[in-house]
Design a protein around this ligand. Structure first.
Ligand SMILES: [Zn+2]
Length: 345
């Protein structure tokens, strides 16, 4: 439409049209039922999905955001495609604001949580240990660095193992993922809100400051949602107290992604405008300690500590040793890695 041509920037077009949509909702529900479903049939599971999905989550966040920050945010378009990016981003136009969530982000973050949780619970189990290390490498190398979507075989294998060993881990991972998605979308809403208030960041310093401010708002949102839901009956909750450190898990995920890239391809992320994940994580810890946030933190601490345990004690050092011994040479794909840099990952 001609009007679109006038108001839509090329960035919006790219967001809307590049890549593909590969999610298969029916297939996903059937797979969920096969391994974890508590619903008795497909129709029940499909109706649960209609009530709780990424779109309903964004709507809920917009409503709460408007309330908490006394500034109405509405009419946000959600674009959810596979563009091989590890990102959630925003198009901050006030005429037509958009939040973009890459399907690859969704897939890799959930796999990362599931893998960390099963690894942490069954560290002594050799079979799980072997699976978890290779799966973690697969997530950060094939998926995050090279941009591939998880293969059907890898997905089935992971879900089967989790359902056999401890299906509760699936619920924990989904709960944490939901808080991560809420955090990531609230961070983008904050950028849209700043633009609405007339804030323009142009220098590196201003851009960096805006990133920290967006994180602060996003984490405040997540913590308020958790406290709100803690008062509700269990069945009506969306956000749980044990997910209160989920945004820090997201920072670990980014840090491990960059770490894997450094070890495998000697690639150093050099971006002065975006604070490194560990700095962002430190700021988040400073926020949650404030007295206004009061809830039960016990299970959340155990979950987070378990995730740190396996990533710091096992994944990082073993990746380095295997690389130094030349055991990972066969998986490296320098050509594809270079193409990805040129695609502007
Ligand atoms: Zn940002």
């Amino acid at each position: 439409m001609a009007v679109n041509d006038m108001v839509y920037h090329s960035g919006y077009r790219r967001m809307r049209e590049s890549g593909t949509v590969i999610q298969d909702i029916d297939g996903g529900i059937a797979r969920y039922l096969k391994y974890f479903g508590t619903e008795s049939n497909y129709d029940q599971a499909a109706s649960a999905y209609r009530e709780n999905n990424i779109r309903t989550l964004l709507d809920e966040i917009c409503t709460e955001f408007s309330k908490y920050y006394q500034n109405e945010v509405k009419g946000i378009e959600l674009i959810n495609r596979y563009q091989k990016g590890i990102c959630v981003s925003a198009y901050t136009s006030q005429i037509h604001p958009v939040i973009y969530v890459d399907e690859l982000f969704e897939s890799t973050v959930t796999s990362f949580l599931l893998t960390s949780f099963i690894w942490s619970e069954f560290q002594e189990n050799e079979k799980i240990w072997g699976f978890a290390f290779s799966n973690m490498l697969y997530i950060f190398h094939e998926q995050c660095i090279l941009g591939e979507m998880i293969s059907e075989i890898a997905l089935e294998e992971m879900l089967r193992l989790v359902s056999e060993m401890d299906s509760h881990l699936f619920t924990l991972a989904t709960d944490c993922y939901w808080s991560i998605l809420a955090f990531a979308m609230s961070h983008e809403l904050a950028h849209i809100y700043f633009r609405k208030c007339g804030r323009i960041s142009t220098t590196d310093r201003q851009i960096r400051k805006e990133e920290y401010d967006a994180d602060r708002i996003a984490y405040d949102m997540v913590l308020r949602l958790i406290m709100r839901d803690a008062k509700k009956p269990e069945k009506e909750r969306t956000f749980y107290e044990h997910t209160y450190l989920a945004p820090m898990m997201l920072m670990e995920y980014f840090d491990l992604f960059y770490y894997t890239d450094r070890v495998l391809y000697k690639q150093w992320v050099d971006d002065w405008t975006h604070p490194v994940p560990m700095r962002r994580k430190n700021q988040l810890f400073g926020i949650v300690d404030r007295p206004e946030y009061q809830f039960n933190t016990e299970e959340g601490n155990v979950l987070y500590q378990g995730l740190l345990d396996v990533t710091d004690k096992y994944y990082r050092p073993n990746l380095l040793i295997k690389m130094q011994k030349g055991k990972l040479d066969s998986i490296l794909n320098r050509k594809r890695r270079t193409e990805r840099i040129n695609e502007g990952r």
